[in-house]
Design a protein around this ligand. Structure first.
Ligand code: ADP
Ligand code: MG
Length: 269
C-alpha cells in the first residue's frame, strides 16, 4: 500500500480559466503526457461535464461507469475510478455530463468545497503513486472549480493569445484569493501559459507583452504555438506527443513540462 508519509510528494495542479476554449483541456492532456515522457506518473481528473479530456484520451462513453461524479458524490474510492489511457503511465478519472448536476447537488453538502480535496487524499496502491495530479476544470468559477482550487497545491492558467485574454484574469485572481483566505491558505500560482500563440500575429505579441508586464515571473517562458497537429490529436484519441512527436506543439509541451519540473525540484528528488 501507499506510504502515507510520501503522500506530500504528489503535486496537485488545477488547470483553471473561467473562459471556454482557451486551451485548458489541451494543456492538461499534453502537459500530462509530457510529464509522463519525463518518467513521471501522472493522473488527470476530468472535472468538466463536457468530458473533453476523457474523450481526447480515448475513454469511450461506454467505459465511463465510474467517473468524477461517483468520486465526489457517491464516495466511490479513488482507486476504483482511475482508468488507464493508451499512453503508458498516464491515467485518468473520466467525466460525463452527469457532472453538470454536481454543482447544484454539492450545495446541500456541508463539506461541499472539500469533496475533491478529501477524495484525492485517500490512500492508494503503490502503482498509483502519482507524481502529479492535473485537474481539468470546467469553463466557470463554480463549485466544481472551487473544489479543484481547494484540493490543489497550485493553479496553472492557460491564457489564449487573443484580444481580451487578460480580461477575466482579475476575477480569477480574486477567486484564488478567496480560496486562500478560507479553505486553502497555501494555494500557489504554478504559472500562466500563453496558448495558441501565433508569432506572425501582432496581437499575440501584444498579449505576451501585456502578460509579462502585468504578471511578471508567473508567466512561463514557454509559449504554446497555434499548431494544427495539436488540434487534430484528440480526434485520434491521443496526446500530440504520441500523435506527432516532432510537431511544434509537442515540442512546446515538452518544454513546458521541463519548466514545471524545474519549478518543482522536490518531485524528481
Ligand atoms: P478549453 O478546455 O479551455 O475549453 P480546449 O483545450 O478544448 O480549451 O481548446 C479549445 C480549442 O482550441 C480546441 O478545439 C483545441 O483543439 C484548440 N486548440 C487548443 N490549443 C491549440 C493549439 N496550440 N493549436 C491549435 N489549436 C488548439
Ligand atoms: Mg476543456
Amino acid at each position: 500500500m501507499h506510504d502515507p508519509t510520501r503522500s506530500n510528494d504528489t503535486k496537485i495542479v488545477a488547470v483553471v480559466n473561467q473562459k471556454g476554449g482557451v486551451g485548458k483541456t489541451t494543456t492538461t492532456i499534453n502537459l500530462a503526457a509530457a510529464l509522463v515522457a519525463e518518467g513521471l506518473r501522472v493522473l488527470i481528473i476530468d472535472l468538466d461535464p463536457q468530458g473533453n479530456a476523457s474523450t481526447g484520451l480515448g475513454i469511450d462513453a461506454a467505459a465511463r461507469e465510474l467517473t468524477t461524479y461517483e468520486l465526489l458524490l457517491e464516495e466511490i474510492a479513488l482507486g476504483d475510478v482511475i482508468q488507464k489511457t493508451q499512453t503508458e503511465g498516464l491515467m485518468i478519472v473520466p467525466a460525463t455530463v452527469d457532472l453538470s448536476s454536481a454543482d447544484i447537488e454539492l450545495m446541500a453538502n456541508e463539506k461541499r468545497s472539500f469533496l475533491l480535496h478529501d477524495a484525492l487524499r485517500q490512500p492508494l496502491m503503490d502503482d498509483y503513486d502519482f507524481d502529479f495530479i492535473l485537474i481539468d476544470c470546467p469553463p466557470s468559477l463554480n463549485l466544481l472549480t472551487v473544489n479543484a482550487m481547494v484540493a490543489a497545491h497550485s493553479v496553472l492558467v492557460p491564457l489564449q493569445s487573443e484580444f481580451f485574454a487578460l480580461e477575466g484574469l482579475s476575477q480569477l485572481m480574486l477567486s484564488i484569493r478567496e480560496v486562500r483566505q478560507s479553505a486553502n491558505p497555501n494555494l500557489r500560482i504554478e504559472g500562466v501559459v500563453l496558448t495558441m500563440f501565433d508569432s506572425r500575429n501582432n496581437l499575440s505579441q501584444q498579449v505576451e507583452n501585456d502578460a509579462r508586464e502585468n504578471l511578471g515571473e508567473i508567466v512561463f517562458r514557454t509559449k504554446i504555438p497555434r499548431n494544427v497537429r495539436v488540434s487534430e490529436a484528440p480526434s485520434f484519441a491521443m496526446p500530440v506527443l504520441d500523435y506527432d512527436p516532432a510537431s511544434k506543439g509537442a515540442q512546446a509541451y515538452r518544454d513546458l513540462a521541463r519548466e514545471v519540473i524545474e519549478k518543482n525540484p522536490k518531485i524528481l528528488a
